[in-house]
Ligand binder design. Sequence first.
Ligand code: SF4
Length: 339
Amino acid sequence: MLNISDFNNNLLVWYQANKRDLPWRRTSDPYRIWLSEVMLQQTQVITVIPYFEKFITNYPDIDSLADADEGRLLKDWEGLGYYNRIRNFQTAVKEVQNTYDSKVPDDPDAFFSLKGVGPYIGGAVQSIAFNNLLAAVDGNVLRVMARLNLDYRDMTKASVQKSVKQNIEAIMPLEAGDFNQALMELGATICTPRAPKCIMCPVQGHCEAYKAGEVASLPVKKKAKAKKEIYYNVYFILNDNEEIILRKQEGTLLQGMYELPKYDIDTSVESIEEELGLTLDHPNLHVGSVKHVFTHQVWYMEGYVLYTKDAHPDFISLNEVEKLPMSKAMQKIYRQFEG
Ligand code: SF4
C-alpha cells in the first residue's frame, strides 16, 4: 500500500534538487509552456531545445504565432516532423487570439476544446502553467507507473492510459505541475527503459516491481508490428531555365510542404507524362537511392532526372528550393541531386 504523502514528498524533493535546466522550465508564460509541450510530443528533449529557442525568438507570443505566414512556420518547423502539430497549434493559437483576448485559457474545458489539445498536452499545460490538478501521462510516466504498481496491463491501450491518469490524479498534491514534471523526469533520467538506475531512485522504497525483482519485465511490451515497405521513384523534372517541378502537398499530413513528384515504381513515364501534361525526355540519369524510416513505414526512393521543354505551373527556380519547407525524406533525396 502506497504511503501517498511520503511518496509525493520523496518525488518532489528529488525533482527540485535534480531537475534538468531546460529553457521551458525558466518561464511561467503559458504560451511558451504550451509550445514546448507541442514540440516535445514525439520528439526528444535534446532535439527540441534549439527549435524552442528559434520559435520564441521568431514568435515570442500568441499574436506573432497566430499571424505568422504558414509557409514560414513550416520552414521553421522543418526537421521536427509530424507537421500537423504546428498546423494545429497555429489554428488553436488563432482561436486564443480571437476568443480569449490572446490569453491561454486557464479553464481546462476551454483549453481542451482547442485544436490539437489532447489529454497529454491539456494535462501538461494546465498543470504546469496553472497548477490545475490534471495528470500528464506520456510514455515515461506510463513506464514509471507500471513499475511502481507492478502493473502488467498493456500500457499502449487507451483504456489503461485513462486508468493510469485517474490513479495519478487520485494521489496528486497541490503542486500539480511539479508533480507531473517530476514523474516525467524520473522516467527520462532514472526509471529509463533499459538499465534503470534503481539504486539512485527517490521512490525505490515505494516500488512494487523493485521489491518483486520484476523491473526488467515491465512495462509489458507488445510485439512491434512490421513496418510497411513502400518503393517510390522520385523525379527531378528540369527545364532549360534552371527550374524544377516541386508540388505543394494538399490534404495529407504533410499539407503545405513541398515535394518532388514521386510515383510507385511500377508507374510508367508515359503515365506520368499524361498526368502532368508534359512531354518528358528521360535519359535514364539515376541520381541516387534513399531509405527513410517513418513510425509505421519505410520508404525506399530512387531518384531520376527527366527533362521537358513544356511549361508547367509547378516549376520553380532551383535557387528558390532551399527556402521552401520540405519533409526530411524529400530533403534526403534532394541532397542526392545537389551533391
Ligand atoms: Fe523505476 Fe527502479 Fe525507481 Fe522502481 S525503483 S521506480 S523501477 S527506477
